[in-house]
Design a binder for this molecule. Structure first.
Ligand code: TXA
Ligand code: MG
Length: 343
């Protein structure tokens, strides 16, 4: 199959909508990362998503909705996406407040599934993950189609793509069309919230922090609990988002010269801010150094992180600097780097 990349203008969006209506797949930009979209209510399309990504069928997909479909829990139920009877009564005001404040935006809610949502989408779980993307191209596509199942547009276990070229690198020959909407504004996948024992809990950290979400929801949010024995979201698997080159993490730039000296071969260095001393050392080593921000600004680091890992991948070994522990983007960046390093 030939994979076309089209600038996401009105004609390209029409072409994409026609492909989706014919059970085909289209890669689309969102504000977080690029997604690989197919009709969520069409099992043939959903099967193609798992095949193109080589994704195991036990890893459920996020269903993307147009803003009018995601107004509140009542609307989600009316559209046969969730089973409102299964949402704990006490959590309804909290969930409606989150929806009102953060949709469209980088928040995914895992809610009791409506029986009409194909089990293939939810990997047989009793819940479905829902999100209303803020990107104008994703919204234009959703306005012309139906709820779209869309995982990140990478092969399973690989780094999420944040521009059209990265999608092409991952899925070339496997899908007919990539809508090019430029680089993603956030660069890391959405925050995922689920419900456990009638409490909201953080399943995947993202730009929106648990504190910020809890303040809006008016309830506490249980922190992400890494239970290797009972993984609910494979986004919680330890090794994920992985480059092919071995990756070491450091907490401070001062640790790097000794590591460089100890290892032979061409290094790839990922820094949060520039460092002239390390640039001088690297000039003698023939590797590559990327510094993500002039002043270690977290939003800039998040935006550039996956593209930088992709550029450095293939060197003999990689070293990346972790941001200090924190919530929101700091938590999400550390989470993705730690998963990339866990091989
Ligand atoms: O920002 C994003 O969320 C991007 C863009 C394209 O929207 N999408 C994305 O999809 O990251 P994906 O498939 O790469 O990650 C979805 C995560 C996975 O960790 C999956 O296991 C989890 O959400 N998930 C989906 N449905 C779930 C469910 N019913 N219960 C628990 N976790 C679920
Ligand atoms: Mg993914």
């Amino acid at each position: 199959m030939k994979t076309r990349i089209l600038t996401a203008d009105a004609a390209a969006i029409e072409a994409a909508a026609a492909l989706l209506a014919a059970s085909e797949l289209v890669a689309m930009p969102t504000e977080t990362v690029y997604g690989l979209a197919g009709n969520a209510f069409d099992e043939q399309a959903v099967l193609k998503i798992f095949a193109a990504k080589e994704r195991p069928s036990f890893d459920p997909l996020i269903v993307h909705l147009a803003p009018d479909a995601g107004r509140d829990l009542a609307e989600l139920a009316r559209r046969e996406l969730i089973d409102p009877a299964a949402v704990a009564l006490g959590l309804r005001p909290a969930l409606d407040a989150l929806i009102a404040a953060f949709w469209p935006g980088p928040l995914t809610l895992v809610l009791p599934r409506h029986p009409r949502v194909p089990e293939l989408v939810t990997s047989g779980l009793a819940t479905v993950a829902l999100r209303v993307p803020a990107h104008p191209v994703a919204q234009a596509l959703l306005a012309r189609t139906f709820p779209l199942a869309a995982p990140s547009a990478n092969r399973f276990g690989r780094i999420s793509p944040t521009d059209a070229a990265a999608v092409f690198q991952e899925l070339q020959g496997r899908i007919p069309l990539i809508l090019d909407g430029g680089p993603c504004r956030i660069g890391l996948e959405s925050t995922v919230l689920g419900i456990e024992a009638d409490q909201l809990c953080l399943l995947r950290p993202g730009q929106l922090s648990a504190e910020e979400l809890a303040a809006t929801a008016g309830v506490t949010i249980r922190p992400q609990a890494p239970h290797p024995a009972e993984i609910r979201a494979p986004g919680m698997l330890k090794s994920h988002y992985a480059p092919l080159s071995p990756l070491d993490l450091v907490q401070a730039q001062a640790e790097i010269p000794a590591l460089l000296q100890a290892r032979p071969g061409r290094p790839g260095l990922l820094l949060l801010r520039p460092n002239p001393e390390l640039e001088a050392i690297m000039a003698t080593r023939g590797g590559r150094l990327i510094s993500l921000s002039a002043d270690a600004a977290l939003d800039e680091i998040a935006r550039g992180l996956f593209a930088a890992l992709r550029q450095l991948d293939g060197l003999d070994f990689l070293i990346a600097e972790l941001p200090p522990a924190g919530s929101g983007l700091a938590h999400a960046i550390r989470d993705r780097l730690q998963k990339a390093a866990a091989r």
